[in-house]
Design a protein around this ligand. Sequence first.
Ligand SMILES: [Zn+2]
Length: 105
Amino acid sequence: MSAFNTVKTRASCPFCDNSHEWTIQFKYGNCCQYEYRVGNKLRWGGNRKGQNVGGLVRTAGIAEERCKSCGKDYVNAAVYFCDNIIERVELLRRPLQLKDYYELV
Ligand SMILES: [Zn+2]
């Protein structure tokens, strides 16, 4: 059974620079297919991934869909949290290398 959450947000593709809506999968918090948007608060408990440390944290993510403009698949992302509020999503050309499910930033 897959266990992750998603966050939907508008962002620029790191390959073609076109901005559109993306759905980003990530594993942090209670991973139970929750669908978030930027500004929502992350849920904890249940199928917990990582630690609820608060403060400024980021986790790795990956886009569910191809870029609608250039067709690039598996676009990587970093999801940023401030005291468990989803602050922003940054799309990346390369995967974010993390030792754990999250890191303090
Ligand atoms: Zn693109």
